[in-house]
Write a protein that binds this ligand. Structure first.
Ligand code: ADP
Ligand code: MG
Length: 597
């Protein structure tokens, strides 16, 4: 057996870094500026007597020479250090430093970790020069140059003071980076919260530290709102916020805002900015947070989210998953306390909260367990209630619901008169149906739309069960009368004594069928034919009158029977365009007859 050491050839690795390591070329600036910040943080750590207010990073554009210079007065490097930290690709000086100075507080702010950041300079440069002088007494300045091939030169440098200049000569096609506005945008995007002052041609990019670092008890309402406006200048004011500060089992700081959610499409917006040690990493938070929480806006800062890796690997990271769970818990805790302590306010913003609560409860079982007691519904009693409140004192775990557009339907009066509250659901949206499914599984509840079953809408005292000579009840005769007049083979007709004198008829569709039909329609997977049962009300004067009219004026009786059917369609929002025009024609016809008589 032989054992060997894998060898890497630098002439092969540089092109890989150039092309594949980073998704965007802009990142070179983030990497070089964060190295400069690291150099200052390390200096603060090594020489605590120095006055940190003099520490700074300067980015300057020299358009005529096609150069960008990133300059810092940090700890600098000796010739030996340049050879170790720069010339050895993937040898991270940051990591070595962290190991050495484990006990220092400032070390937590060091950004680098993989030892590849520096080479991102070659994504945009044809030549990189480093002029550096170490902070150590008596050290000579050093100049390192490399054009991106595998050889470099190292010689005496010209820098007179402690610190480092990274001088980039841009490649021919990268002129855009000589534009002040463009560079300013990149710096504001990635470096707005870095720990040392950063100047672009003399203007400070990061005058204020990020609010998430302040203790929550020291932040005023105004601070939070101002910070939100800084992050999202175009957004309306947020509803409330959560200040995160976790040390175990991972480090996380941040502020998450709950925005106004006017529309469902807002759910798709990505608006949480992800930072790693104050360096902006990404705003693709769907990889870090559960889907239902991606509506939140704000910033989270965690050194435990890998900075340099691609988005797709983020999801697989254990810390990232824990982080998502932690945030989900914070959000549900906040919602619950809002519900318990500020109910009025909770109710007033429920239309903004609703989608998150409902999606979360469907998508995440743990979230369900925490949030279920804040799930409220508008009921026919005009108030908002939790299901538990509605069901107290009832033996049955059954809940009736109706879409808002049936709010004024006669049928709801029947339930109201019987003391059975009905909850309202979002019109034609399957989310509530998914919520019902979840509650049926977890809370052994049963949901049925008000027109799904007859059980609770009959008036048995008025049921006429007397049989005539042919052995038929009056109800069954009325049913077959309507069945025959309607000439609708697919529609079953039943005649029942409903607990209402004013409702002539209604269309009944079984709950399971209704859900399947809505599901298919919403997901555009085809339409299920609408095959309800028509229930005519034997307690309705109109039904009785049409039935008696049958012998004398069979043609008019037929028209009226159809009219009854259409009225049911109309009031239950099931009428289609063809049916509507038939209905209009027939109505005109009947009205004409009425006036002629
Ligand atoms: P990392 O930041 O992950 O350590 P980099 O490739 O970005 O990797 O940088 C490599 C090393 O080069 C740094 O760790 C540091 O030791 C050194 N270095 C880079 N830029 C500077 C600088 N401006 N001042 C001092 N040292 C620097
Ligand atoms: Mg770095």
């Amino acid at each position: 057996m032989t054992q060997g050491q894998l060898k890497i050839h630098s002439e092969n690795i540089l092109p890989i870094i150039k092309q594949w390591l980073y998704s965007s070329k802009d990142i070179f600036l983030r990497e070089l500026v964060s190295n400069a910040c690291d150099a200052l943080t390390k200096l603060a750590c090594l020489c605590p007597h120095l006055d940190p207010s003099t520490f700074r990073v300067d980015v300057t554009i020299h358009a005529n020479e096609r150069r960008i210079v990133i300059s810092d007065n940090g700890l600098g490097m000796t010739a030996q250090e340049v050879e170790t930290y720069i010339a050895q690709i993937a040898f991270s000086g940051a990591e070595e430093f962290l190991k050495k100075y484990e006990t220092h507080q400032e070390k937590d702010q060091v950004i680098g970790h993989f030892g590849l950041g520096f080479y991102s300079a070659y994504m945009v440069s044809s030549l990189v020069t480093i002029q550096t002088q170490s902070y150590q007494e008596g050290s000579t300045p050093v100049c390192w140059t490399c054009d991106g091939s595998s050889t470099y030169t190292l010689e005496d440098g010209i820098r007179q003071e402690r610190g480092t200049d990274i001088i980039l000569t841009l490649s021919a096609e990268e002129d855009e980076y000589l534009d002040m506005k463009r560079l300013s945008e990149i710096l504001h995007h990635y470096c707005a919260f870095l720990p040392h002052p950063i100047y672009l041609n003399g203007t400070c990019i990061n005058p204020e530290p990020p609010l998430w670092l302040k203790a929550p008890s020291d932040c005023t309402q105004q601070d939070y709102l101002t910070f939100y406006r800084k992050l999202f200048p175009m957004d309306p004011e947020p509803l409330f916020w959560i200040h995160l500060n976790v040390d175990y089992p991972f480090h996380l700081k941040g502020i998450l805002y709950f925005p106004h959610l006017a529309q469902e499409r807002d759910l798709k917006k990505e608006s949480i900015k992800l930072f790693c040690n104050r360096v902006f990493v990404s705003d693709h938070c769907q990889d870090v947070l559960p889907e239902y929480l991606t509506v939140l806006r704000g910033a989270i800062d965690s050194p435990d989210i890998p900075l340099n890796v691609s988005r797709s690997t983020l999801q697989l990271d254990k810390t990232v998953r824990q982080l998502g769970q932690h945030i989900s818990k914070k959000v549900s805790d906040r919602l619950c306390s809002l519900y318990k302590e500020e109910k009025e306010r909770f109710l007033s913003i429920w239309s903004d909260l609703e989608l998150v609560v409902k999606f979360g409860l469907v998508q995440d079982e743990k979230f369900y367990d925490r949030i279920k007691d804040c799930l409220i519904w508008k009921t026919t009693t005009e108030d908002w209630h939790t299901l538990d409140e509605m069901l107290t004192g009832r033996s049955e775990r059954k809940v009736y619901y109706a879409p808002y557009d049936m709010e004024h339907h006669e049928l709801l009066k029947v339930y109201k008169d019987k003391g059975l509250p009905v909850i309202f659901t979002r019109d034609h949206h399957p989310l509530d149906l998914a919520v019902f499914q979840r509650l049926e599984d977890k809370a052994s509840l049963q949901f049925a739309r008000v027109d799904a079953q007859l059980d609770d809408m009959l008036d048995p005292t008025k049921e006429n069960t007397l049989l005539d000579a042919e052995g038929k009840t009056e109800s069954s005769k009325i049913a077959s009368f309507f069945q025959q007049k309607l000439e609708l083979d697919a529609t079953q007709v039943e005649a029942k004594s409903l607990a209402s004198a004013t409702l002539p008829a209604l269309l009944m569709l079984q709950e399971g069928q209704r859900r399947l039909r809505e599901h298919l329609a919403y997901h555009k997977q085809g339409a299920l034919p609408f095959q309800p049962t028509l229930v005519v009300n034997t307690n309705s004067k109109l039904i009785q009158a049409i039935y008696s009219l049958g012998a004398k004026q069979p043609e008019l009786a037929k028209q009226l029977a159809k009219q009854v059917y259409d009225l049911a369609l109309l009031s239950q929002r099931e009428m289609n365009a063809d049916q509507l025009s038939g209905f209009v024609t027939r109505t005109t016809d009947i009205l004409e007859k009425l006036t002629l008589d």
